[in-house]
Design a protein around this ligand. Structure first.
Ligand code: HEC
Length: 130
């Protein structure tokens, strides 16, 4: 009996931790990514390498979470979200390498490629397709 109870409690705790990432968390991460993108653009325009590098780091840490997709109102699979995340990380690293090499045009091109990943996914949000 005691064992069953412990088992049930463990399952409940696991279920809670799986559901811990909700819509508010997602919005929070999205807003962090938006702010990071603005930071990167600002850094490129103000010729401020440090700002770009900070933006890249913030973007990378927030984008780790976006593979968790809300089911039902979304028109994408977790696999799609995962590949978008991977692309964001790849292009963010390119922005970093470009800015470290002092190549602002190249950095801006890879910045746009990051933005394209955001838009590709946003085009699949059912409630946004009116
Ligand atoms: C794999 C899918 C996916 C990717 C990739 C993605 N988003 Fe989102 N984004 C969403 C979803 C889903 C929502 C809607 C959240 C909601 O309202 O529940 C959203 C909403 C947003 C919002 C609005 C948040 C709010 O408070 O209403 C912003 C801003 C945003 N995303 C920025 C970004 C940026 C910047 C990137 C790229 C760096 C990005 N997103 C990439 C899925 C994605």
């Amino acid at each position: 009996m005691k064992k069953t109870l412990t088992g049930l409690l463990t399952i409940a705790a696991l279920a809670l931790s799986v559901q811990a990432y909700d819509q508010n968390d997602r919005r929070q991460d999205m807003q962090t990514m938006e702010a990071s993108m603005a930071q990167i653009q600002k850094g490129i325009l103000y010729n401020n390498k440090k700002l770009v590098l900070q933006g890249v780091e913030n973007l990378k840490s927030a984008s780790q979470n976006i593979q968790i997709a809300p089911k039902g109102d979304m028109d994408y699979t977790p696999a799609f979200a995962k590949s978008q995340t991977k692309n964001i990380l790849v292009y963010a690293d390119k922005v970093k390498a470009n800015i470290e090499a002092g190549k602002k045009h190249a950095a801006a091109k890879n910045y746009t490629k990051v933005l394209d990943q955001c838009i590709s996914c946003h085009n699949k949000i059912r409630k946004w397709n009116q």
